[in-house]
Design a protein. Structure first.
Length: 306
């Protein structure tokens, strides 16, 4: 018998390195990134239904998110249904913990967990490769949310190769009450590069992940990784949300080895030497009225919850 309710979870991510290539004729950029999945999860519950729907619960305000057919989780369920020739729908309930428009791939995690949950709900015998191909049709970060761990992403971020990583890294995430739309941040990056073209090197078409980042991850060396954290989108995010500069300074004054804007922001991710340092930093940020939580990584990708 097939279950009538299935639950799955998928992690948010930090881009510990993000290189953005030059603007292409199609309006997109090639990127090179080191993805790192962390222990902040979206939880998706899928129930049998005649149609497709989604509702949100949890501590993150999701009131601004669409609940229609353009929602990424709904799109994931509908794509899987078409692929498998499923004629009924699904009612999704998503418990949100990853910030909306926060640069941590929360919507992508929703989609990845939805694929896993619906495949189980409908009794589909789909391998990970098949799910990965479907995930790539939904967005650049969805395949990584499905895979988890640590990986290098190239192209638009959906061409993944696993990266060796050992040990456990401790992070503190500082959240903002303002979201940043990814297209706006990329547009600001292009304008930033144009404004400062006389002072900075021109962007390459196809960036590569710094080898020192991969070495630090392979060794599980937080101090080494702190020296090479990098995000090409950070100047654009700071221009659009100037308050983030103060958050980064506060975190580094209170024990972080290093901090950076996660993805397109505005979440700031601080790498800490150990659990005690992470706890102290979380307390310091909270005392400054900046919502913060500690997480670890890497963690696995989308999985069923018993």
């Amino acid at each position: 018998m097939q279950p009538s309710v299935v639950r799955a979870k998928a992690p948010g991510k930090i881009n510990v390195y993000l290189g953005v290539g030059s603007l292409q004729d199609d309006g997109y950029h090639e990127i090179a990134t080191a993805y790192h999945a962390v222990s902040l999860h979206e939880i998706v519950e899928a129930r049998e239904a005649d149609d497709f729907s989604v509702e949100f619960t949890g501590p993150v305000d999701a009131s601004g998110l669409s609940t229609g057919a353009d929602n990424l989780a709904v799109r994931a369920a509908m794509l899987l249904a078409r692929h498998a020739k499923i004629t009924n729908g699904v009612a999704l309930s998503i418990e949100k913990h990853v910030p909306v428009a926060g640069g941590m791939g929360g919507g992508s995690a929703d989609a990845a967990a939805t694929l896993v949950a619906c495949a189980e709900l409908w009794g589909l015998r789909l391998g990970r490769d098949e799910l990965h191909r479907l995930a790539a049709r939904l967005g650049a970060d969805v395949p990584f949310a499905l895979q988890g761990g640590t990986a290098v992403g190239t192209g638009r971020g959906d061409e993944l190769s696993p990266a060796l990583a050992q040990g456990q890294l401790h992070w503190v995430l500082a959240f903002s009450d303002e979201g940043l739309a990814t297209p706006e941040v990329y547009a600001e990056l292009d304008e930033h590069r144009m404004r400062h073209r006389a002072d900075i090197m021109p962007a390459v078409r196809r960036p590569e992940v710094d080898a020192r980042v991969l070495q630090a991850l392979r060794l599980g060396d937080a101090h080494m990784l702190a020296e090479v954290l990098s995000n090409d989108l950070q100047p654009a995010a700071l221009h659009l949300a100037p308050r983030l500069a103060g958050t980064l300074e506060l975190g580094e004054r209170n024990g972080a080895l290093a901090g950076l804007v996660s993805g397109s922001g505005p979440t700031c991710a601080f790498l800490c030497a150990d659990l005690d340092s992470a706890l102290e930093l979380q307390i310091a940020l909270s005392a400054a009225r900046i919502p913060a939580t500690k997480v670890t990584g890497p963690v696995p990708g989308a999985r069923l919850i018993d």
